[in-house]
Design a protein around this ligand. Structure first.
Ligand code: ZN
Length: 205
């Protein structure tokens, strides 16, 4: 009988510890003593199949990551509500001064399916939060009903929403911050990249 996942995760931590604390202790010392200085903010879906660090082979300290349902960026709305994604974006851009922001979407996204099915109503039956959350991208619904197509357009919508944050627009205008839209086709193992000049996703890697 195979071990429960949490047991394998604990064994995985032992492997991680051996790789960094025993084989590359200087890397850990740098991260502890110098603090984090990631150059990239990556906004990805919470989907268990699209872990950004695994997909990009990133090392500790390289990416500041926000994950939420359907990798969505809300518009700039400084009010009394709880804005977890916006708070992370603010910290990454204003304090960590990342140089690039990547929005990473993917095929077969459950959050995007919820958007296509219930986004217009803004309410998923018997759920308290999902419908309202994904409805922020309902302007993309006219690209449907293909979920993957809506998913790609929602990345463009999130890129537009990033530009509504004044501290992001200022740094982009100054030329020291760059935005990227990536979309991972899981079945084929292809990473599509948004080409803003063409206004479409082009096959990358
Ligand atoms: Zn997803």
């Amino acid at each position: 009988m195979s071990k429960p996942t949490v047991d394998r995760m604990l064994a995985g931590f032992k492997s991680f510890k051996a790789m960094y604390y025993e084989q590359r202790p200087e890397r850990v010392e740098d991260l502890v003593n110098m603090g984090q200085k990631p150059e990239v903010l990556l906004i990805a879906c919470s989907d268990s199949r699209v872990d950004p660090a695994i997909l990009t082979n990133a090392e500790p300290g390289e990416m500041f990551v926000v994950r939420n349902v359907a990798n969505l960026v809300p518009p700039y709305e400084p009010d009394e509500n709880y804005h977890g994604t916006s708070a992370a974006i603010e910290f990454a851009v204003r304090d960590l001064k990342v140089k690039d922001i990547v929005i990473l979407g993917h095929s077969g996204c459950g959050g995007m399916e919820a958007l296509v099915e219930h986004g217009e109503a803004g309410k998923v039956p018997e759920r308290d939060f999902i419908g309202e959350w994904v409805s922020m991208a309902k302007c993309c619904l006219h690209h449907g009903p293909d979920v993957d197509e809506v998913s790609r357009h929602s990345i463009c919508n999130s890129l537009d929403n990033l530009m509504t944050f004044p501290f992001i627009k200022d740094r982009i205008d100054a030329g020291d911050l760059h935005l990227h839209g990536w979309w991972y086709g899981m079945k084929e193992g292809i990473l599509w990249q948004y080409d803003s000049a063409k206004g479409e996703f082009v096959q990358g890697l």
